[in-house]
Design a protein around this ligand. Sequence first.
Ligand SMILES: Nc1nc2c(c(=O)[nH]1)N[C@H]1C(S)=C(S)[C@@H](COP(=O)(O)OP(=O)(O)OC[C@H]3O[C@@H](n4cnc5c(=O)[nH]c(N)nc54)[C@H](O)[C@@H]3O)O[C@H]1N2
Ligand SMILES: Nc1nc2c(c(=O)[nH]1)N[C@H]1C(S)=C(S)[C@@H](COP(=O)(O)OP(=O)(O)OC[C@H]3O[C@@H](n4cnc5c(=O)[nH]c(N)nc54)[C@H](O)[C@@H]3O)O[C@H]1N2
Ligand SMILES: [Mo]
Length: 768
Amino acid sequence: MNKISHGSHWGAFNAIVENGRLVGVEPTERDTNPSPILRGMPDALYHGSRVTRPAIRKSWLAKGFKAGGKDRGAEPFVEVPWDEALDIVASELKRVKAAYGNEAIFAGSYGWSSAGRFHHAKTQLQRFMGGFGGFTNQKHSYSLAAGLAILPHILGDHQTLRSPSSWAGIEQNTKLFLAFGGCGTKNAQVEPGGSGEHTAGPWMQRLADAGVEFISITPVRDDTPALSNVTWLPIRPNTDVAMMLALAHTIVSEGLHAKDFLAQYTVGFSRFERYLLGQDDGTPKSAEWAADITGIDADYTRSLARRMASTRTMIATSYSLQRGDHGEQTFWMTAVLGAIVGQVGLPGGGFGFGYGSMHGQGNPVTVFSAPALSAGPNPTGSFIPVARISDMLLNPGQPYQFDGENRVYPDTRMVYWCGGNPFHHHQDLNRLIEAWRRPETIIVNEPWWTATARYADIVLPATTTLERNDIGASSRDRFIIAMKKAIDPVGDARNDYDIFRTLARGLGFEDKFTEGREEMDWLRHMYEVSRQDAARVGVELPNFDGFWEQGYAESPAPKTPHTVLSKFRDDPAASPLKTPSGKIEIFCDRVAGFGYDDCPGHPVWMEPIEWLGSDKAATYPLHMISNQPAGKLHSQMDFAGESAHLKINGREPVLLNPDDAARRGIRENDIVRVFNDRGATLAAAVITDGVRSGVIRLSTGAWYDPAEPGRLGALDKHGNPNMLTPDKGTSKLGQGPIAHTALVDVERFDGDPGEVTAFNPPKLERRQ
Ligand SMILES: Nc1nc2c(c(=O)[nH]1)N[C@H]1C(S)=C(S)[C@@H](COP(=O)(O)OP(=O)(O)OC[C@H]3O[C@@H](n4cnc5c(=O)[nH]c(N)nc54)[C@H](O)[C@@H]3O)O[C@H]1N2
Ligand SMILES: Nc1nc2c(c(=O)[nH]1)N[C@H]1C(S)=C(S)[C@@H](COP(=O)(O)OP(=O)(O)OC[C@H]3O[C@@H](n4cnc5c(=O)[nH]c(N)nc54)[C@H](O)[C@@H]3O)O[C@H]1N2
Ligand SMILES: [Mo]
């Protein structure tokens, strides 16, 4: 038996290997709070849904791109040898490039793939495509599109988001912690580059022990752990800006606002104040005004506001709030509320984003660059905002607006996805399926037969992280993890690096792609670059061999807590923000100058396209929250371990309030149909007073499992919430996804739900 050091998005661990087979996984000794996601790995590795050989959709193999896209997802695949598959891919690449140019190749390939920084699938694809002359990319992320777009305008950059004040400073200073969207610990067990130990759970306990009081403002109780000192405020979804305005209104109208701070560190308060007090529109944004919108008692809001003004308060907003319609406003208003309270830049005060959303949030930031592979330049410069994929495919050549620019969608002929799952992550999957029929050729590298693979033309089997050597690292984690190869590739799977290297060889740019390095040369190179950078700031890391031997490298925790914007507070002239004014832009001329009706010059409450206060609620009276799943990362390993364990008779659980269930005659564990005019899905009812009435929670990640594969509008059998979510941008500014904005209804399903078949591979034929 061998124990082999490895790492994942859900933490570092040891792979236990016997006779070349993975037989178990165990968390490292260091990790006092391991993630439940880990235990699915052995099952997932050898699962029947692995792609084991290159496969081509039957009619595409016969007719090439002339096969057309309407039967994607419905046809069998034919397995072919690697050489043949790669020759076909190379000639398709050449054909599309020659006929339509590199912009016609969409390789944005959004997705998390694995924690390893070298075999990072999307980066490998984009390095390859860059060498091939370029592609159309995606900008920003599904996680944070609206927030990433708005913050540079109002705060100059992303530092308040990427490195919010550390837990240590909160423990020592904060009295009141306002958690919009809650402050959960399960989401915070996950990090793009992995982590050496899980810190958020232990930190939350320490904060509770230190007497920090949490106000958890969210429709779902378990968004914040059940610690002492937690008050749950079950707000109506997507109304947080109204609540924040009401808090600001009380503070300002009672003269409790930080007038000196506002004068010295911000611009535009007086314009905003007119709006807040209703001096132009006749509507003061008072606690009473907000109560009708949010469902939160006005007296409570007022007393909370007074406490915020008189005690050290952290105003924390989770990522989730900006994944709703007008999501930009939630982050902007968070910063404005923080400025009004006036504790920005003080330890434990001000505002922060994403505590409880991601492992790194609140962790100390390393002062050197973590090992990483660069994708290099994209010669075309072409991109779309991350979540506008269906819009792009459906509307080639059409204009759209984005962050002050007038842009045009490219004409996409080929899609290449490597390391992501749009049939998991994108909203309104029926619309995606329609859009997905348009390109001539779709190529996917995948370890598993996800819906994205099944709806492709050419599927190349990729290894998983345990089948290769890699390095896991993040700038917000003290550990660099050696991810050592534990087993040989499953089936005929190949590393993405090797797939692209072979393609690059055929296309004449292998040396440019590999830079003459093999896998271990790359790891050594990436590590050494980082080690030298660390040495420059006085952090001594072991050399590569020492690191690899030990299985990890550790850098010391900083002695003093980090407080975001403290330099700006200490000396705003010497350390101005990178905004035009150098200050926090409460009113932003640049944003106002864009003239967008859905993102004006200061934060405002705007009704989302769907919410419990809208007319549409008469037809679809329940607001669906589709949060991140507890048992898995997105769609990964949905069929294994904790994720499988949390399903009810194989279907995804949907949380319903007892009143909403009783009104519909729904009992515990009933199969229910969740539906609206975009689609429908089957899930299993869990009845709990832990969700606000009028709200349901169906976590993301259940693999799309159509009752009639390939048919538009087919019923999904398995609980995928993206059957129901709207595919619209947050605003013209951010164009981010709005997954947390969706009205639905639920009914008991008495028909034949059919078997869950998502995890069976498609029909595979062997070559005649
Ligand atoms: N309704 C709703 N939808 C959402 C969200 C929501 O809150 N609600 N959240 C959104 C957010 S924040 C995100 S980040 C996205 C996540 O969306 P994704 O990142 O697309 O989701 P994953 O399931 O992690 O997809 C990664 C894919 O990469 C594959 N993979 C793993 N390792 C490798 C490898 O080495 N090589 C290759 N080629 N492939 C590999 C996995 O099998 C998997 O299919 O979802 C978004 N979608
Ligand atoms: N276990 C696990 N952890 C993960 C992931 C995973 O897939 N699995 N994914 C990771 C990724 S990629 C990301 S981006 C982060 C995302 O981190 P977040 O965006 O913070 O996560 P969510 O789970 O979407 O939402 C958190 C909670 O916000 C609440 N919420 C939703 N809408 C509203 C609203 O309008 N108002 C209020 N007040 N609350 C609302 C919901 O009740 C929800 O449970 O999580 C990361 N962590
Ligand atoms: Mo995300």
